[in-house]
Design a protein around this ligand. Structure first.
Ligand code: TYD
Ligand code: MG
Length: 452
């Protein structure tokens, strides 16, 4: 009989070793090893010999278009690339409380209403709690939606085999466990084994499996990160819990592009798709206030108007504060250095606060110029023209570089009533978008003079 082995596995990166180690040689984390039993290796003695299979020439393989099932939650379908693909496993990751259960329950409800049977395995909440949430979402009595309070994946899979739902939701993978392993639920080994079983369910039966995975701010806990390469599609739910604005982004998608995002607003009765996120995000902008600049960020293939704000105030600290909210702090520091060295605008011993409103995060270098202009405007206390948008990448020499997707950015800004865009000089022709004028600048000093 094959012997059951145990393996110590790093909960940070999944590295396995036969002995306990204090520090993971792969990711360098300390005290992360947890013991797991692993399924017996290979076939027992005397097992049948392995026969070669017959490969098929690629030209003889039938290229079937995948069957997609639209969930009816429009923004969700958009990130998925048009809907859920039969036999696929989708992982929805995100911080606790961001809205993962809400989104999947809404999608499950909409599908059930449309006659698609859904099995919702809730390991985190009791069926009564899920029912209560469903009431709030207006899907309390959806006929084809069944709940299963179960954390054992083997039971979930067996139930799916018996009930034959077209969709199985597992909320969450951290509470799911595989009875054949000893590790605690949520450990890397368990999470991986449970997902592998669910993957088999998807591939064998053509069932669509949706799995919730929690990620902490540090991205540290076992889960989505170690699963990314097992599943077909990984979506991340992002946003700030204190704001209503939420973005669902595809990180990997075997059945679609990763350049689409879904935009939602969390309200009293669940998530609502936001058709025009730009106008939503700049609705409360204080027009004519110094330190406020509108920029156009790209979220995937979607241009998004966001307001960048800066506040500069005298510091009473030895080391002045540099706080960044929604933008990378390193980027802010770099922009401040360029402002000082290349444009003579020093923030010296002042505290600097920079923030992107609405709980959005922008990581694109194209927002550097807006950040610089916002800080300069905060320093001089002169507001910039409210009908101007600013975007461009800022080099260390103070040069302003053109950005990709220029036409899309200009079009979005023009649609929201902006009349001028200050940006780097385009490499090619000015796309000539009606209603908006592109003021191409060479460097930061020119940009500051232009926006004054
Ligand atoms: P939830 O979907 O439970 O988050 P997750 O599954 O990612 O942990 O969402 C939790 C938050 O959303 C909670 O703070 C309450 C809020 N919420 C609303 O504001 N409106 C609603 O209609 C629902 C269902 C939740
Ligand atoms: Mg939840």
């Amino acid at each position: 009989m094959a012997r059951t082995r145990t393996l110590w596995r790093c909960q940070g990166c999944g590295y396995g070793t036969p002995r306990w180690l204090g520090r993971c040689p792969d990711c360098g984390e300390f005290e992360t090893f947890v013991e797991e039993s692993v399924a017996p290796d290979g076939p027992a003695d005397g097992a049948t010999e392995v026969r070669p299979a017959a490969p098929t020439p690629i030209g003889d393989v039938e290229a079937s278009a995948e069957h997609r099932l639209a969930t009816g939650v429009e923004e969700f379908d958009r990130v998925l690339g048009g809907g859920l693909v039969e036999g696929s496993l989708v992982l929805l990751g995100g911080e606790p409380g961001i809205g993962k259960s809400t989104l999947l329950l809404q999608a499950a409800g909409a599908l059930a209403e449309a006659g698609v049977p859904v099995l919702y395995a809730c390991g985190e909440e009791s069926p009564a709690q899920v029912r209560m949430r469903a009431e709030r979402l207006g899907i309390g009595t959806a006929p084809g939606l069944s709940l299963l309070a179960e954390t054992d994946v083997a039971v979930v899979v067996a139930t799916a085999d018996a009930e034959e739902p077209r969709i199985v939701v597992v909320d969450s993978i951290q509470t799911a466990h595989d009875p054949e392993l000893t590790g605690a639920p949520g450990s890397v080994g368990q999470v991986r084994a449970a997902t592998t079983r669910l993957m088999r369910l998807a591939k064998d039966r053509g069932t669509i499996v949706l799995v919730v995975g929690h990620v902490t701010k540090e991205g540290a806990i076992a889960g989505p990160r170690v699963l990314e390469h097992i599943v077909d599609t990984v979506l991340y739910f992002e946003g700030d819990r204190d704001h209503a604005f939420r973005v669902v982004r595809a990180v990997t998608n075997r059945f679609g592009s990763v350049s689409e995002i879904g935009v939602f607003e969390m309200g009293e009765d669940g998530l609502k798709g936001v058709g025009s996120p730009s106008s939503f995000l700049i609705a409360d902008r204080p027009e004519g206030a110094a330190g406020s600049v509108v920029t156009v960020a790209m979220e995937g293939s979607r241009p998004l108007l966001v307001e960048v704000q800066a506040l500069v105030s005298p510091s009473y600290l030895e080391t002045p504060r540099r706080l960044a909210n929604g933008v990378d702090r390193g980027r802010l520091l770099q922009v401040l250095a360029v402002l000082e060295q290349r444009a003579g605008r020093s923030v010296g011993s002042s505290d600097v606060y920079a923030s992107v409103t609405g709980g959005v995060r922008v990581s694109e270098p194209a927002c550097d110029l807006a950040l610089a202009v916002a800080v300069a405007s905060a320093v001089s206390e002169e507001p910039i023209d409210p009908r101007t948008v600013v975007f461009g990448e800022l080099g260390l020499a103070g040069e302003v570089r053109p950005v990709p997707h220029l036409g899309a950015r200009l079009t979005e800004a023009a649609q929201l009533g902006f009349e001028r865009a200050v940006s780097g000089r385009p490499r090619g022709d000015d796309p000539g978008v009606a209603g908006i004028r592109l003021a191409g600048v060479r460097d930061l000093a020119e940009a500051l003079a232009t926006t004054k």
